[in-house]
Design a protein around this ligand. Structure first.
Ligand SMILES: NC(=O)c1ccc[n+]([C@@H]2O[C@H](COP(=O)([O-])OP(=O)(O)OC[C@H]3O[C@@H](n4cnc5c(N)ncnc54)[C@H](O)[C@@H]3O)[C@@H](O)[C@H]2O)c1
Length: 269
């Protein structure tokens, strides 16, 4: 059991990819802290695991993150692994863009000139800030708290959840792409610094993954995503989880500041 009695912290662990990561750590003997804003799902989910506790935490709130890591320190006195996974898609703005995108495709099919997407000009300050707050600021707040615990041990591993949108810009979600690209820059910068204290930091940039987040998109958009993926299907949460566990494990001992993108052939670089 690769993570026997290691203290592993997963943000956004109550659902989708985060839950798959938690199950995989649990199966490898880890002691898990499931951090999420969704208390009901988080508590129920953590109870279904062998060695997990749920800690309510809003990663966009530095004080909430600090309290969560204090609870982890009180319980276990250490953090060995952090997975910064919590995220949102921005339901309102994504819905707006989806409708226009589907219309654009209809226009092309009917021989009409497609209308503009108008994604960036339609974004409100609040939508922009919320996206950056949860993904980028949240990754920073959690990383800072985890590093404080890991540097005492002189070891640890952090895995940050980016997206192919952070690599190729995606389409129609500039705030999501900016946040996910920011996470990659942050990963590289912190990785170079933290490895000097024995702490490895890496990132995962998945393509389309079957999860409640993806299932909330329109059927038409889900079909577009699959059509753009040579493998012809979305990844499962378990496929992303196995990569995250590899990066967090000693098997990846020489990987520092790396981004690995499981994307079914969508993007090959
Ligand atoms: N599903 C995909 O196709 C896909 C692709 C690439 C990257 N990702 C990324 O993977 C991560 C997980 O996505 P998912 O598809 O499992 O989504 P999901 O909606 O199923 O799960 C996200 C979890 O994050 C939690 N969360 C949201 N805001 C939070 C906050 N402020 N503080 C703490 N927890 C919060 C939610 O409550 C939820 O439990 C996200 O970062 C997402 O951007 C997803």
């Amino acid at each position: 059991m690769k993570f026997q009695d290691r203290i592993c912290v997963v943000t956004g662990g109550a659902s989708g990819i985060g839950a798959a990561i938690c199950r995989a750590f649990d199966a490898q003997g880890a002691k898990l802290a499931v951090l999420d804003v969704d208390r009901d799902s988080g508590e129920t989910f953590a109870r279904s695991l062998r060695g997990a506790v749920f800690i309510e935490c809003d990663v966009a709130d530095a004080a909430s993150v600090k309290r969560a890591f204090e609870r982890i320190a009180q319980r276990w006195d250490r953090t060995d692994v952090l997975v910064n996974n919590a995220g949102i898609v921005g339901r309102e703005e994504y819905g707006r863009v989806q409708t226009r995108r589907v219309q654009q495709i209809e226009d092309v099919r009917s021989g009409r000139k497609p209308g503009p997407l108008r994604a960036t000009v339609s974004l409100t300050d609040e939508q922009w800030r919320r996206m950056i707050d949860i993904h980028l600021n949240g990754t920073f707040y959690c990383t800072r708290e985890a590093l404080l615990q890991m540097e005492r041990l002189g070891q640890g591993a952090i895995v940050n959840m980016s997206s192919i949108a952070g690599l190729d810009g995606g389409f129609g979600n500039p705030h999501y792409a900016a946040a996910k690209a920011g996470i990659l820059g942050f990963t590289r910068a912190v990785a170079k610094e933290a490895i000097q204290q024995g702490i490895r930091v890496n990132a995962v940039a998945p393509g389309f993954v079957d999860s409640p987040l993806r299932r909330s998109l329109s059927e038409a958009l889900q079909q577009l995503q699959i059509a753009a993926t040579p493998m012809g299907r979305a990844a499962t949460g378990d496929e992303i989880a196995s990569l995250v566990l590899f990066l967090a494990s000693d098997d990846a001992s020489y990987l520092v500041g790396e981004t690995i993108s499981p994307n079914g052939g969508y993007l090959t670089i």
